[in-house]
Design a protein around this ligand. Structure first.
Ligand code: G1P
Length: 294
């Protein structure tokens, strides 16, 4: 068995979810289902698979349903068991058994950097690094965190996940200034900029929601000022670390990716997962084919 080089995984989930209004008046965006499972449970499963032992969910007042999703559901499980619904018992129990979950409250929406900073007190003094998984991003197949951890072992510092994004879409992302290493999928990062204009983007390699950060980032987060969108940006803390000589690398993920953060791309994720589902896939494929022919 290999031991994971990180113990805590931080999942920022404090946003208002404005792109999903009116649903997000009462339902946190992170609980919207991908077929039948909330996106944040998929992300929790990825963190657990990579060896994380605690999931630190950064939430906001009013989003208590997220913690409730991971809480013990013994009563419901008993009801289902009494009815002989063993498969459902397993489904219901999964979130609770995956990983230990703690929530941390971000009282004010001051940005992703600020949200990550809120997790500081919940990370043990002996932890040298921690993972961050943005629940809007599904990175497929899973496994990139394990690869990122190997790169940290080799090169030290912090390791992020990058996707090669079409230049016309680049201004929605944190973008890396990179040079090659001996490994085509690992690049050294010399700078990082949040949401640059396409013409100013230093490359087409963008941050894709998976970070393995040295705890030195907390000190950097204390020293940044509001950046893009007037928010305290995680990107700016990483850029500050780089400027001070902290090693930062990216693992370029060549697999798939879904963005659950807006309705258009969320629908694609839903359909993609549903097509792969043994129960729903075959009929959906047939229906979609007929629907598109009309
Ligand atoms: C955040 C980060 C950005 C990153 C993106 C990935 O932006 O700030 O650097 O590239 O997630 O999804 P957001 O999508 O929250 O605007």
């Amino acid at each position: 068995m290999t031991t994971s080089p990180f113990r805590s995984a931080v999942v920022p989930a404090a946003g208002l979810g404005t792109r999903f209004l009116p649903t997000t008046k009462t339902v946190p965006k992170e609980l919207l289902p991908v077929v039948d499972t909330p996106g944040i449970e998929l992300v929790a499963a990825e963190a657990a698979e990579a060896g994380a032992q605690q999931l630190l969910i950064v939430t906001a007042p009013g989003k208590e349903a997220i913690a409730a999703h991971f809480a013990d559901s013994g009563e419901l499980e008993q009801t289902l068991a009494d009815r002989g619904k063993d498969a459902l018992v397993a489904k219901v129990r999964r979130a609770h058994e995956l990983i230990a979950v703690r929530t941390v409250t971000q009282a004010e929406p001051l940005g992703l950097g600020h949200a990550v900073g809120c997790a500081r007190e919940a990370i043990g003094a002996d932890e040298g690094c921690f993972a961050v998984l943005l629940p809007d991003d599904l990175v497929l197949p899973s496994g990139v965190l394990t690869r990122m951890a190997q790169v940290r072992e080799e090169k030290g510092g912090s390791v992020l996940c990058a996707f090669d994004i079409p230049r016309e879409e680049i201004s929605a992302y944190g973008v890396f200034d990179v040079t090659d290493t001996g490994d085509a999928d690992v690049k050294q990062v010399h700078g990082m900029v949040e949401k640059p204009a396409a013409a100013d983007a230093p490359s087409t390699f963008a941050a894709a929601g998976r970070y393995l950060l040295d705890v030195a980032v907390f000190d950097a987060l204390d020293r940044i000022t509001p950046g893009a969108g007037g928010e305290l940006q995680l990107t700016d803390a990483v850029a500050l670390l780089i400027s001070e000589g902290h090693p930062v690398h990216v693992v370029v993920h060549r697999g798939g990716r879904h963005d659950l953060g807006n309705p258009g791309s969320y629908v694609r994720a839903f359909v993609d997962f549903a097509l792969a589902d043994p129960d729903y896939g075959p009929e959906l494929r047939e229906w979609l084919t007929a629907r598109l022919a009309n």
